[in-house]
Design a binder for this molecule. Structure first.
Ligand SMILES: Cc1ncc(COP(=O)(O)O)c(C=O)c1O
Length: 400
């Protein structure tokens, strides 16, 4: 297998669907917060697979769990009980609002499950025409047809119509708009506590508790998409813990198994109970391999106190970036929580992503003008200093 960069780029161009705007580099190895490309160049990875590699690359406990499970059992089907799935469900429920967990293979699938649960719950407990789901402008819930219909952005939906009926879109952060949209046909409100893809938009104080109140008054389910914000990313195990409010349903994926594909829907018993045998399922979801790695991931996060670490190192990164905003032009705002941060620029962010990469730092965008950072949660202050130094060099017009 060729590792020559130009050969790989030529083959990618020839054989892969061209549905991603990929950078022209091939990452071939990782360790902690560092990755190396096929030319041997080292990068500080402040993307981490887009908030996936929270424990850093090739964490010894994850490598150990993968090695052991690979020689024990990979897949058996949900025709049978799966011990690691049971233990992961218990661990997640013990550390959240939830009573039960369902496992699938990705974020979009977790949201599909939540959409189905919302409809079934509303039909059974309220009325047969109670099917609507309210979602927020700027949201990102995934690419499959249900999750895409919940994602009201033209660039994602265009060309794939007709979308699933029954979605109402309101501006993010505006409680009055939600009050106007919710009626007796509303089965659920689906919201990210912090919009990741949409620009690292943090829910204003009072917003999530306000949504909770609306749901309590109407019987609609409150569903949090914590696919990007969950798993310690924002400095709490779950982002909702910043606002002292609990949902009825929460969806997870990304960091849950350190890069092994997994998704999960957690829910209270009062709504989980409608998903009786035969109502939903998946071949791979919750398999021994993914859930063993998920278990190792969550246990390591808790043992190593990664929520606290993300909180502390994230605060330091914010402080450094805000300091930078005073020294160099171009930064309008630094926002986010923990290690999910957005730097609002006065210009398009994409060229800066390229310049940072050339300088040895991987970052990404969130919308057109926001530079996003989602580094491994195991980074330290020295990593932050190095990253901020590279961003400073780029903003000053050099290369960091
Ligand atoms: C908040 C949120 N929901 C859903 C998804 C979709 O997850 P996946 O790409 O695993 O389908 C993403 C992915 O970026 C996300 O950030």
């Amino acid at each position: 297998m060729s590792q020559d960069t130009q050969t790989l780029l030529d083959l990618a161009n020839r054989y892969l669907f061209q549905n991603y705007a990929r950078a022209p580099l091939c990452l071939v190895r990782g360790e902690g917060a560092r990755v190396w490309d096929s030319d041997g160049k080292e990068y500080l990875d402040f993307v981490a697979g887009i908030a996936v590699d929270a424990l850093g690359h090739c964490h010894p406990k994850i490598v150990g769990a993968i090695r052991e499970q690979a020689t024990t059992l990979l897949q058996v089907s949900n025709l049978y009980q799966i011990p690691s799935q049971i233990h992961l469900a218990k661990l997640l429920c013990d550390h959240s609002f939830a009573d039960r967990a369902f496992f699938c293979n990705s974020g979009t699938e977790a949201n599909e499950a939540a959409i189905k649960l919302a409809r079934k719950h509303a039909k059974e407990t309220r009325s047969s025409d109670c099917v609507d789901i309210v979602t927020m402008r700027g949201a990102f819930h995934g690419r499959t047809m249900g999750a895409l219909s919940a994602t009201p952005t033209e660039k994602y939906q265009h060309g794939f119509e007709p979308l699933l009926p029954g979605f109402k879109y309101v501006p993010f952060g505006n409680l009055r708009a939600v009050e106007r949209a919710v009626d007796n046909r509303t089965a659920a409100i689906l919201v990210e506590p912090i919009q990741g893809e949409g620009g690292v938009n943090v829910a204003p104080d009072g917003y999530l508790p306000g949504l909770r109140r609306i749901c309590d008054e109407t019987g609609a389910l409150l569903m949090f998409d914590e696919i990007q914000t969950g798993m310690a990313r924002t400095g709490r195990l779950w982002a909702y813990q910043h606002w002292d409010v609990e949902p009825d349903v929460m969806t997870l994926a990304k960091a849950l198994a350190s890069g092994i594909p997994i998704g999960a829907m957690l829910a209270r018993e009062s709504c989980a109970r409608v998903m009786v045998a035969g109502t939903h399922g998946t071949t791979f979801g919750g398999n021994p391999f993914a859930t063993t790695v998920g278990l190792a991931t969550v246990m390591t996060m808790l043992e190593d106190k990664l929520p606290e670490r993300a909180d502390r190192v994230g605060a330091y990164l914010v402080e450094r970036l805000r300091g930078l905003a005073h020294r160099v032009p171009g930064i309008k705002e630094v926002r986010g929580k923990g290690l999910l941060l957005g730097i609002e620029l006065d210009r398009p962010a994409a060229p800066l992503v390229t310049a940072c990469r050339d300088g040895g730092l991987l970052v990404l965008t969130a919308g057109d003008t926001v530079l996003r950072m989602t580094p491994p949660l195991v980074i330290d202050e020295a990593d932050v200093d190095r990253a901020v130094g590279i961003v400073e060099g780029v903003l000053r017009g050099g290369q960091g």
